[in-house]
Design a protein around this ligand. Structure first.
Ligand code: ADP
Ligand code: MG
Length: 256
């Protein structure tokens, strides 16, 4: 089976196009902090791309520009051919901090973006995605009754249920314990394969990036020019013992 992966889509028009993007912030005195300088990036439909780089290099800034939460200082970001003008329900953010509503149950959270749909369709989608993220049986639970990993699953299910084409994930597993993180990675790959979403995933964890992505975009220390796109050529499910993993990881580390 063939679909828009990293290797065979060079001729397709990218879904997300970042062209010579710059971002600066006013600093403390009258200086200007340049966070992004001439960043170029293409992301194709169906790709799972990880942006990896050290803390403070501008990953969140770049993701927030692509997602429409902040405006670039210079350059252009296009999604689906149009300049980005604010956040869109077709493209959903999954944050590290919990975005689930504490006063709603799991099923109410997952169905949150579906209020305008017919009730039957809503119920079907909600139960489908609750099952997909492994929360069957917890439909009536409240977020406070769940672990951090389960709350993150609720958020992912909500994004999927709302039928977003693109998921923007900013260190979504950063607050989770090690084993939960490993499990979430495996599940996210499975979900991505089943749903054919485009995923743009930000992390400072090289191992996580290599395990998840079709393609790893490496940002170096400030100024955070996107230094290189590393295409990971390991088989799925990602196997950290597979040949090639260590050299890929070291290459990324050198660039960072
Ligand atoms: P990362 O996500 O890679 O850790 P960020 O994109 O959050 O990095 O931040 C990159 C740099 O930009 C940091 O030095 C941060 O302090 C600075 N920065 C981010 N947002 C702002 C802002 N609104 N005002 C001033 N500086 C900011
Ligand atoms: Mg960040």
């Amino acid at each position: 089976m063939k679909f828009a992966g990293a290797m065979d889509n060079a001729d397709l028009k990218p879904l997300i196009q970042v062209r010579d993007c710059w971002k600066s912030f006013p600093g403390k005195a009258s200086e200007t902090i340049h966070v992004l300088e001439h960043v170029n990036l293409d992301i194709h439909e169906g790709e799972f791309v990880c942006i990896v780089g050290p803390s403070g290099c501008g990953k969140s800034t770049l993701l927030n520009i692509i997602g429409g939460f902040i405006k670039e200082s210079r350059g252009q970001v296009r999604v689906d051919g149009s300049p980005v003008n604010g956040p869109s329900p077709k493209r959903i953010f999954v944050f590290q901090e919990n975005g689930v509503f504490p006063w709603l149950t799991v099923e109410e959270n997952v169905g949150f973006g579906l209020m305008s749909r017919p009730q039957k369709e809503r119920e079907e989608r909600v139960s489908h995605y609750i099952e997909m993220v492994g929360l069957k049986g917890f439909e009536k639970s409240y977020p406070r009754e769940l672990s951090g990993g389960m709350r993150q699953r609720v958020e992912i299910a909500r994004a999927l249920a709302a039928d977003a084409d693109v998921l923007y994930m900013d260190e979504p597993f950063g607050a989770l314990d090690f084993l939960t993180r490993l499990k979430m990675r495996a599940d996210l790959i499975r979900i991505w394969q089943a749903e054919k979403k485009t995923i743009l995933f930000v992390t400072h964890d090289i191992e996580e990036a290599v395990q998840l992505a079709d393609r790893v975009v490496v940002m170096s220390r400030r100024p955070a020019t996107v230094a290189e796109t590393v295409t990971v050529e390991l088989a799925r499910p990602r196997d950290l013992d597979a040949p090639g993993y260590l050299s890929t990881r070291d290459r990324i580390f050198d660039i960072m």
